[in-house]
Design a protein around this ligand. Structure first.
Ligand SMILES: [Zn+2]
Length: 202
């Protein structure tokens, strides 16, 4: 007894009693859908590193690591699904697991975007800091630039502030700066901007 690869109904003959597909047709249809789902997942994954620095969370690096793990696990599940479908093996549980992964990059990216987009500018807090270090990682879609400062949050040693190329260039190690931080509508603190200390904040 096996299950139809496409609709998941139990079947004892080659043709599925529920959807009428033969095992070969069901395999083809399932793998087509798998490709579509994977494309949707990849599109969201490409979007993720573009969208997240717009309202960059303080813990952006942690989130990128977390997202990287999701990304590779999901692709591994997709690869196993494809191979099992080719061999007409049981895929029902794995199919559900994969379905859970597909919208994740879209949901996470939207959450981080909306968290900053709808935050109120009246909640900005300016934290005086000194630049302790600078960090540039090229590649990764468009590169990651970070200014490293001591953390003002309990239990945290440093903050790695995601900044754009301009801010990355104009601040040097030892510069006194003010970090404008907002709490986020979803409670994810994010960096509104980084300013030179004493300079009027925009
Ligand atoms: Zn079926």
């Amino acid at each position: 007894m096996t299950r139809c690869l496409d609709c998941g109904s139990e079947r004892i003959v080659d043709q599925c009693p529920s959807c009428g597909l033969t095992s070969a047709a069901a395999e083809l249809l399932f793998r087509k859908r798998l490709l579509k789902q994977t494309t949707f997942f990849l599109a969201g994954s490409l979007l993720f590193p573009y969208v997240t620095p717009i309202y960059a969370p303080l813990d952006l690096d942690l989130m990128l690591v977390f997202f990287g793990v999701i990304f590779f696990v999901a692709l591994a599940v997709a690869a196993i699904l494809d191979r099992r479908a080719r061999n007409h093996q049981e895929i029902e549980i794995l199919k559900r697991v994969y379905a859970g992964f597909i919208p994740l990059p879209w949901i996470l990216a939207s959450a981080i975007f909306l968290n900053g987009k709808f935050d109120s500018a009246t909640k900005i807090v300016y934290v005086p800091e000194t630049v302790q270090g600078k960090f540039l990682m090229k590649g990764l879609v468009r590169g990651s630039r970070r200014l490293v400062v001591h953390s003002w949050r309990p239990g945290q040693k440093v903050e790695r502030l995601a900044v754009d190329a301009d801010d990355f260039e104009r601040f040097r190690v030892g510069d006194r700066i003010e970090v404008a931080v907002q709490p986020g509508v979803l409670g994810i603190p994010w960096v509104y901007g980084v300013y030179r200390e004493g300079a009027p904040s925009q």
